[in-house]
Design a protein around this ligand. Structure first.
Ligand code: SF4
Length: 246
């Protein structure tokens, strides 16, 4: 229920007290480099996409991506960033006091320790989703995570990066997303859908590429062809138009 506010006494989740997290970190005298990840930002907003759209969500945006999709709206996450201990990430997520956490990028799985972070977030009781490009093996992702896996279309300019073996690993917890740039992309996505019977495994999302394909056009094609997919527009773009940190 959005907007009802947390229960008396604070958070929806039972969180460890902040000072306990800080004390635990302080107790280890030397930093443990293998527990670090490079982050671009952590912020609280509304989930704008996929099954959890509309939920207040903490976004953990990891730095770096080996792809260069022509429509990318997070190129600022390709470089830079700051190293964070996983304990510190958990403490910052807890500070926001919501149930949903989305680990995104960039391509979060490009940093191997992302797998550790995902498992730790699940252990802490969060409802965790992962946004991934579909170009990196998802086999090691904690099964409690809902994976939102892109399939890159020809007009993304990165179609050859699709790791097709990932499709055999999908479960009903997961979601597959096509960002559609043109009618040719739509026809291609339709073929992939039917060849792999993806809609029989998990939810399949079709999004129009902002600025390239009018949303109404894509919606009309889906209805006309009665495709077993969910049309979606990016809620955060409607609300905040790519304002940083929202
Ligand atoms: S995979 Fe995502 S972050 Fe990487 S270039 Fe493509 S849209 Fe941008």
């Amino acid at each position: 229920m959005i907007g009802a506010g947390p229960p008396p006494g604070g958070h929806w989740l039972k969180m460890p007290p902040m000072n306990a997290v800080v004390d635990a970190a302080a107790a280890s005298a030397t930093p443990v480099p293998q527990d670090r990840l490079k982050l671009t930002e952590i912020f609280l907003s509304l989930q704008g996409e996929a099954r959890d759209a509309g939920w207040p969500t903490v976004f953990v945006r990891l730095t770096g991506c080996p792809l260069r999709c022509q429509y990318c709206d997070t190129a600022y996450a390709f470089h830079g960033g700051q190293w964070w201990e996983i304990d510190a990430i958990l403490a910052e997520v807890a500070r926001h006091g919501v149930r949903h956490v989305c680990v995104t990028g960039g391509e979060p799985l490009a940093q191997k320790r992302c797998l550790q972070l995902l498992a730790r977030l699940c252990d802490a009781g969060y409802d965790v989703s992962l946004e991934t490009s579909g170009a990196i093996d998802i086999a090691g992702v904690d099964p409690r995570v809902s994976r939102v896996l892109d399939i890159k279309t020809p007009d993304s300019a990165e179609v050859e990066r699709n790791l097709w073996e990932n499709l055999a690993l999908l479960t009903p917890r997961d979601q597959v997303k096509f960002v559609v740039c043109s009618r040719a992309d739509f026809d291609w996505a339709k073929q992939v859908l039917s060849r792999h019977r993806l809609h029989e495994v998990c939810d399949v999302l079709f999004s129009p590429s902002a600025m390239q394909l009018p949303a109404r056009e894509l919606a009309g094609w889906i209805v006309a062809e009665r495709l077993p997919v969910r049309f979606q527009v990016q809620l955060h773009k409607l609300l905040w138009n790519d304002e940083p940190g929202r």
